[in-house]
Design a protein around this ligand. Structure first.
Ligand SMILES: Cc1cc2nc3c(=O)[nH]c(=O)nc-3n(C[C@H](O)[C@H](O)[C@H](O)COP(=O)(O)OP(=O)(O)OC[C@H]3O[C@@H](n4cnc5c(N)ncnc54)[C@H](O)[C@@H]3O)c2cc1C
Length: 414
């Protein structure tokens, strides 16, 4: 008999998907022997720092179809998975374990304690209750799969065998982190960061840092990539929900262009050029004696309006009736198509996710099992799934982990 420790299930990754998956398996099948292997010395590290230390657990969107629309990668697959396990189920799961979630104005959901430790403590308590063994400092770097057993080798040369393997190793922009998965025989799609802000190479609005517009829209010039919402001017360029959302949807396009592109900001939100021109012309007629610079339209912050006037070569003393056609046209242009020459990106509050991962074409979506290696399952960001900011990335981790756990727990073990 071999001395290699044997488990019914080994979970690779002591993060969100790994813990949630392991606990779900244990809840669904009593007496099952589960081991979590974590490469670092910290468990649930991203949960701890997530949402600025508050953990944005999910999003208040309980309609599977609508929820799935927040995922640039994995949307079609998640639409189906969310019909079985979605945000409402997550809220209920935590509540049944004494963790109440609250919703904020923008739909993000946090523990009422405003502390990610609440989520971590819940997971550690549940894992302990089901006697799930957890080993830190164990980085898996090799998997061998035969019909009878799965063997894992760690960098410290320790080996483990199991009947079912749940890979919940998270995302990483470096391909090296996925080498052991590729060596097993899975395809990993191109990897690149998602969720970032834009660096303005000209820094033309840098002195307006901190100014934000509630309902603007941002488009990538020459493409259909366009998102609406709050835009924030920062000391390096543009940020805010509309920009971060755009970075997610255009992650692949922008990476191909090495983050060098033109962003067009419509400060009015959705007002089109002709409509804006008509509105400005009517303002000229109705307020002929007022100074243009003092009359901010579309509820824009005064400082931004002044800057748009300045960029349109409108002198400080100019009144509406004296506005030349050229100045009016320039103002319209700056209002609805304000150009920013972007070069580079900046991480958004340290939050980022990886676009790319294990190819979904190689996964059975009903149960998250590998189509190539029976008994091997995947969950979380290691997959080619990522969402917008707002709790969507944890939600896909919970849902894929739940789906895998259900299948692992119900399949007969040898
Ligand atoms: C700063 C920050 C804030 C965030 N805030 C939010 C938020 O508020 N809401 C939200 O929805 N999303 C947020 N995200 C994204 C979210 O944290 C991730 O999408 C989520 O953690 C993915 O869960 P996971 O279990 O798949 O991966 P992870 O949580 O990254 O866990 C994977 C684990 O596997 C381990 N591992 C990797 N390779 C191996 C190996 N070979 N052997 C053993 N162990 C291995 C890693 O060390 C890690 O602990 C944030 C991300 C960051 C970086």
């Amino acid at each position: 008999m071999s001395d290699t420790p044997h488990y019914d299930v080994v979970v690779v990754g002591g993060g969100a998907a790994g813990f949630f998956g392991a606990i779900q398996i244990a809840e669904k099948r009593s007496g099952i022997k589960i081991l979590i292997l974590e490469k670092s010395n910290k468990l649930l590290a991203k949960v701890r720092i997530s949402g600025g230390g508050r953990c944005n657990v999910t999003h208040h969107c309980f309609e599977p179809n609508v929820l799935s629309k927040h995922y640039p990668r994995g949307q079609r697959q998640l639409k189906k998975l969310f019909t079985r396990y979605q945000a409402q189920d997550v809220v209920n799961w935590f509540e049944q374990r004494g963790v109440k979630l609250k919703v904020e104005g923008d739909g993000r959901m946090f523990p009422t304690t405003n502390n990610s430790e609440t989520i971590i403590n819940c997971f550690l308590r549940e894992a302990d209750r089901y006697s799930i063994k957890v080993l830190v400092g164990h980085q898996v770097n090799k998997v061998r799969h035969t019909d009878s057993v799965i063997t894992l080798t760690c960098t410290n040369e320790q080996e483990f065998t199991c009947e079912r393997l749940l890979v919940a190793a998270g995302g990483h922009p470096n391909r090296e982190a996925y080498k052991w998965i590729e060596n097993l025989g899975h395809t990993v799609t191109p990897l690149m960061p998602s969720l970032f802000t834009f660096n303005d190479s000209e820094k033309k609005f840098v002195d307006l840092m901190g100014v934000s517009v509630e309902s603007a829209s941002v488009q990538i010039a020459g493409t259909k990539f366009r998102e609406s919402g709050p835009v924030l001017i920062t000391h390096w360029g543009l940020s805010g929900p509309a920009v971060i959302k755009l970075s997610a949807w255009a992650a692949e396009y922008l990476a191909e262009r090495h983050y060098t592109f033109t962003a067009l900001v419509n400060w009015t939100g959705n007002v089109m050029e002709d409509e804006a021109r008509k509105e400005l012309e009517s303002y000229c007629r109705d307020h002929p004696k007022q100074k243009v610079e003092n009359n901010s339209l579309y509820h824009l912050p005064g400082r931004l309006w002044e800057r748009l006037c300045e960029q349109s070569e409108i002198e400080k003393t100019r009144v509406w009736s004296e506005l030349s056609k050229k100045q009016l046209n320039k103002l319209v242009e700056n209002l609805v198509r304000c150009q920013f020459k972007i070069k580079g990106k900046t991480t958004f509050k340290e939050e980022f996710v990886t676009c790319g991962g294990v190819d979904l074409a190689e996964i059975e979506l009903e149960n998250m099992e590998s189509k190539k290696f029976r008994g091997v399952y995947f969950a979380g960001e290691v997959l080619n799934i990522d969402g917008e900011t707002g709790g969507f990335n944890f939600q896909s981790a919970w849902t894929t982990a739940y789906t895998a756990a259900e299948a692992i727990a119900t399949k007969s073990l040898k």
